[in-house]
Design a protein around this ligand. Structure first.
Ligand code: NAD
Length: 471
């Protein structure tokens, strides 16, 4: 049993004031594997006070000092990749294909931000004015369970680069990963109070950070519903907010796509992180005239996607994180059938051979129209909807007919045609032919997928206030 009973405030591991705990489970076996002691409102307030005390000195550190800190943070996290991977596998159940990418990406967030900082000018001349980019103040970061380590490191890296101090509230379901990460970050020897980590419930610690008058900015990754609540609480004190919310990404196969390449890519993007991903391409848009051929290939390839626990190196899809998430996915699979869609593959229940663990079957619905709830709502599991389209104009229109706008995918052969289509998609990112992640480019959503952008210069500037000094 793992008992996580510490949080991190003012440079030290301390015991939360409250005694309430949350159970931690291994989603591959459903067994209870430990508990996490939850922080209280008082703990959140102490963390904010520590970050506030640290802010004046930290905000005056030089670029070189902060680059050095970012490099130390990178080294500290990179040194414990295997412990972080183990914690993520045990507590979250992600397959090795995902943990390999996620942990490497998490450690590299610090180096990527160091690179941005090296090239960033905090002062510029605009007409008569000297415009200075000043750190926004004490920030709060609130993160979800589906890639806990990466969200913490990218938000922390950006705050450090900007010269802001920060209080981090990770998902209460990610306490083991957070513990290992906090030990790494502590080892980097940053001044006390610069970052603080308070485990706790969203409606307790998260809510306190979203309304606390000494928090100048909230950076949140999570559901659209909680994002809306945070935005409301933040309004009272006009906090700056960056919200990275849900998605229902179109995964568009064009009529000139080479299906040998496109089908595996469509499924990788659809089932990414076991489908528990805001960027998953869950609406597969297929030209009507190639529908039969595409459906046959989708079915065949999906049946090759192995579902299993993270100790199976061939598993491509792991369990859902919790019983609640498993039930949610099952309820959407049931809903799809009731709405009149047909199952191409998958369906209710666990995959054959897996009789315990919150494993769902990779499922594809056909005969879906874009008004069905399975096409409009974020399911957050390995469930895809295939929607036919007539021509490029109709593909764009279906793609944009959603309240979300986070990440879209195009698969085809003609580069200039795809660039032109990308210009017409209302989405924070458009990925052509499964291009690799670009950590320096902005990330974030149109419409109800969020407000603001993270990563690179756009992310950095979201932690800065411009000040014009006119002489
Ligand atoms: P969630 O919104 O339930 O929780 C996210 C975080 O918010 C957790 O730390 C939670 O404790 C906290 N929280 C809950 N209620 C709160 C409140 N009232 N005030 C303040 N904080 C509160 O999301 P989740 O279930 O952990 O994660 C899944 C969701 O996250 C999905 O909707 C997914 O699309 C979204 N997500 C978005 C991105 C992105 O970058 N756009 C990335 C990953 C996940």
């Amino acid at each position: 049993m793992y008992d996580i009973d510490k949080i991190y405030i003012d440079g030290q591991f301390v015991t939360p004031r409250a005694t309430e705990t949350a159970d931690l489970h291994n989603p591959s076996t459903e067994e209870k594997i430990g508990t996490a002691r939850l922080g209280s409102v008082e703990d959140a307030r102490e963390a904010v006070a520590a970050a506030k005390r640290a802010f004046p000195a930290f905000s005056r550190t030089t670029k070189a000092e902060r680059i050095d800190m970012l490099k130390r943070l990178n080294a500290a996290v990179a040194a414990r990749v295997s412990d972080l991977t183990e914690a993520m596998a045990l507590e979250y159940g992600a397959p090795q294909t995902f943990t390999r990418f996620a942990i490497r990406h998490a450690a590299s967030s610090f180096l990527t931000m160091a690179k941005v900082l090296e090239n960033y000018d905090f002062e510029r001349r605009i007409g008569r004015a000297r415009v200075v980019m000043q750190p926004v103040g004490v920030a709060a970061a609130i993160t979800p369970w589906n890639s806990n380590i990466g969200f913490i490191t990218s938000k922390l890296a950006t705050a450090i680069a900007a010269g802001s101090t920060i209080v981090i509230k990770p998902s209460e379901m990610s306490a083991m990963q957070t513990q290992v990460l906090a030990e790494c970050l502590h080892g980097a020897g940053l001044p006390k109070g610069v970052f603080n980590i308070v485990n706790g419930l969203g409606n307790v610690v998260g809510a306190e950070l979203s309304r606390h008058p000494d928090i100048a900015k909230v950076t949140f990754t999570g559901s659209t519903a909680v994002g809306r609540e945070i935005l409301r609480s933040a309004a009272d004190t006009f906090k700056r907010v960056t919200l990275e919310l849900g998605g229902k990404g179109p995964n568009i196969i064009l009529d000139d796509a080479d299906l040998d390449v496109a089908i595996p890519a469509v499924l990788r993007m659809g089932f990414i992180n076991s489908g528990q991903s805001c960027i998953a391409g869950t609406r597969v848009l297929v030209p009507n005239r190639r529908l039969d051929e595409v459906l046959a290939r989708l079915k065949q390839e999906t049946e090759r996607f192995k579902v299993g626990a993270p100790d199976d190196p061939d598993a491509m899809i792991g369990p859902m994180v919790s019983q609640k998430q498993y039930d949610r996915v099952q309820s959407y699979i049931g809903l799809g059938t009731r709405e009149g869609a047909s199952l191409l593959t998958g369906g209710l229940g666990r995959p054959t051979g897996l009789d315990r663990g919150w494993f769902a079957k990779p499922t594809i619905f056909t005969g879906v129209n874009n008004q069905m709830r399975i096409a409009r709502e974020e399911i957050f599991g390995p469930v895809l909807s295939v929607i036919g389209y007539r021509d490029d104009d109709e593909a764009v229109s279906i793609a944009n007919d959603t309240s979300y706008g986070l990440q879209s995918y195009l698969h085809g052969s003609a580069a200039s045609r795809m660039q032109a289509l990308a210009d017409r998609l209302d989405s924070g990112r458009v990925v052509i032919n499964a291009a690799p992640h670009e950590p320096l480019a902005p990330f974030g959503g149109f419409k109800q997928s969020g407000i603001g952008r993270e990563y690179g210069v756009f992310g950095l500037e979201a932690f800065l206030e411009p000040k014009a000094i006119i002489a």
